[in-house]
Design a binder for this molecule. Structure first.
Ligand SMILES: NC(=O)C1=CN([C@@H]2O[C@H](COP(=O)(O)OP(=O)(O)OC[C@H]3O[C@@H](n4cnc5c(N)ncnc54)[C@H](O)[C@@H]3O)[C@@H](O)[C@H]2O)C=CC1
Ligand SMILES: N[C@@H](CC=O)C(=O)O
Ligand code: NA
Length: 451
């Protein structure tokens, strides 16, 4: 018996709708997916917007390279400047600071709204982009710049604009989460895991930005600026990456019932004379039972605490071509609707201008690991140094590395977790350890979060 397979209804023809000229800058991992979605969903998008998205050109470096069926060679150009001057909407997915910045400014000057995924540029010079959008009355949207497909920029910028956000904490870099997850679950080598994240299209063109935490710091600066209605500069974000996280750290975390994740944290710090804000990125040990501990591969997850809303949780694909293109298309539809129906999206809100608190004034719980001489009194000496700076120990794990033999001293490895202490106190203790013969090396210093 033959069965009729139900077919999706054909999208209504949109050819009678007016056209909006769309310029696409860059046709790499994200750009090709943006073009695929526009090609495959063109009619539906047109009806949602009330106008067709007509791609007038795609700026690339190499016009001879084949980029698949959705990037027709006829649209490729190596003159991005001419392209943006004639556009209603510009989608910037080329990355980097220049020429992206100059092209976006030129586009806005000529009346185009812009959609960008470029967190590095927004964190470095969001001010001039916001200013240009304001002066020229166009939209500047960047949902894809933070946590890929996850709607996060819009909730912070718009849905929570009536609330008071206290804290945003989460995993906002897919590449490093992919690497740490592979190192934790399959004992993968750092370099192999990074190569595979690059192959999957998660990493930045220069993956140093991912592994050194700069990408997560750029996202933290964007989130903090939006959440606290201030301009939080990239330089205000304390940034540590994952390059020094070792297999030993991951094993030690496991013994303690914890997982290492690269966290971005932005929060208000209430003080006697008012409040300041803290923005920081570092790898931290979180309890295995914490919801962020089970975020795997290139997924991202973010918690927001707001005064009236309480706790909110956002989860999804934080990197990759199609997920990022989804966020871009959301912005494109929104900016295109503004064109069709009039009006512009939200402007920059930075009336608060809150100051940033230096890291050394914050309090954190720590995990430190040291290679020490194995002799009586060493533990007491280390505990004494820590307590001298007001740091109290929560757990100690000691392991003999090798026993005393002819011509060599006995060495032990000590892993210490502490209660919350001032960052400056930990820095002073570590300086003290560096200057004693008892401690041969400081192997790791990681924060403990999420308890
Ligand atoms: N790949 C991802 O998962 C995500 C990427 N992003 C951001 O999206 C942007 C693009 O990322 P990808 O597509 O992954 O990068 P990609 O390196 O795969 O693609 C960039 C494209 O832009 C072109 N390009 C670069 N400079 C150019 C220039 N001066 N003139 C003409 N073309 C130029 C390159 O040739 C390449 O085709 C970046 O800002 C990145 O930070 C944001 C979220 C996720
Ligand atoms: N390189 C970034 C891409 C998305 O923003 C990441 O790994 O998260
Ligand atoms: Na997003």
């Amino acid at each position: 018996m033959s069965q009729t397979v139900p077919q999706p209804p054909a999208s209504p023809d949109s050819s009678s709708l007016p056209a909006l000229r769309v310029a696409v800058l860059g046709a790499g991992t994200v750009g090709t997916e943006v073009l695929r979605l526009i090609a495959q969903q063109g009619d539906e998008l047109a009806h949602r917007i009330g106008a067709r998205l007509e791609v007038t050109g795609v700026a690339v470096r190499d016009r001879t390279k084949d980029r698949g069926e959705h990037v027709p060679a006829a649209l490729l150009t190596d003159d991005p400047s001419a392209l943006v001057r004639e556009a209603d909407l510009v989608i910037e997915v080329m990355g980097g600071i220049e020429p992206a910045r100059a092209l976006l400014l030129e586009a806005m000057e000529h009346g185009a709204s812009v959609v960008t995924a470029n967190k590095a540029l927004l964190a470095q010079d969001g001010a001039s982009l916001y200013e240009a959008a304001d002066v020229h009355g166009v939209d500047l949207s960047f949902e894809a710049a933070v946590a890929g497909a996850i709607p996060l920029v819009r909730p912070v910028r718009e849905s929570l604009a009536g609330d008071r956000i206290q804290r945003v904490m989460g995993i906002v870099n897919g590449t490093t989460n992919y690497i740490l997850d592979a190192m934790t679950r399959t004992s993968a080598d750092f370099g192999d895991a990074l190569a595979s994240a690059q192959e999957l299209g998660y990493a930045e063109a220069d993956p140093t930005a991912d592994v050194e935490g700069h990408d997560a710091a750029a996202k933290a600066s964007i989130l903090a600026s939006l959440a606290f209605h201030s301009r939080v500069r990239l330089a205000d974000v304390h940034c540590e990456g994952i390059t020094s996280v070792s297999a030993q750290d991951i094993a030690a975390a496991g013994r303690m019932g914890r997982t290492i994740k690269l966290l971005s944290i932005v929060e208000r710090v209430e003080e006697e004379n008012g409040e300041r804000i803290s923005a920081r990125v570092y790898p931290a040990l979180i309890p295995d039972s914490h919801p962020l501990a089970s975020v795997s591969e290139a997924y991202n997850a973010v918690f927001i605490e707001a005064e009236a809303a309480g706790s909110l949780m956002f989860y999804g694909q934080g990197a990759g071509g199609a997920p990022t293109a989804s966020a871009i298309l959301g912005d494109v539809v929104s900016a295109a609707r503004s064109r069709v129906h009039g009006g512009v999206g939200p402007r920059e809100s930075r009336y608060a201008e809150l100051e940033s608190i230096p890291l050394e004034e914050l309090r954190s719980a720590f995990y430190i690991s040291l290679t020490v001489q194995d002799r009586p009194g060493v533990l007491a000496e280390i505990a004494g140094t820590l307590s001298g700076y007001g740091i109290s120990i929560s757990t100690i794990h000691q392991e003999l590395l090798h026993s005393r033999e002819e011509g060599s001293q006995a060495l032990a490895h000590i892993g210490i977790s502490t209660h919350r202490a001032l960052e400056s106190a930990m820095t002073a203790s570590l300086d003290m350890f560096s200057s004693t013969a008892t401690v041969l090396s400081i192997d790791s210093v990681l924060r403990i979060e999420g308890d």
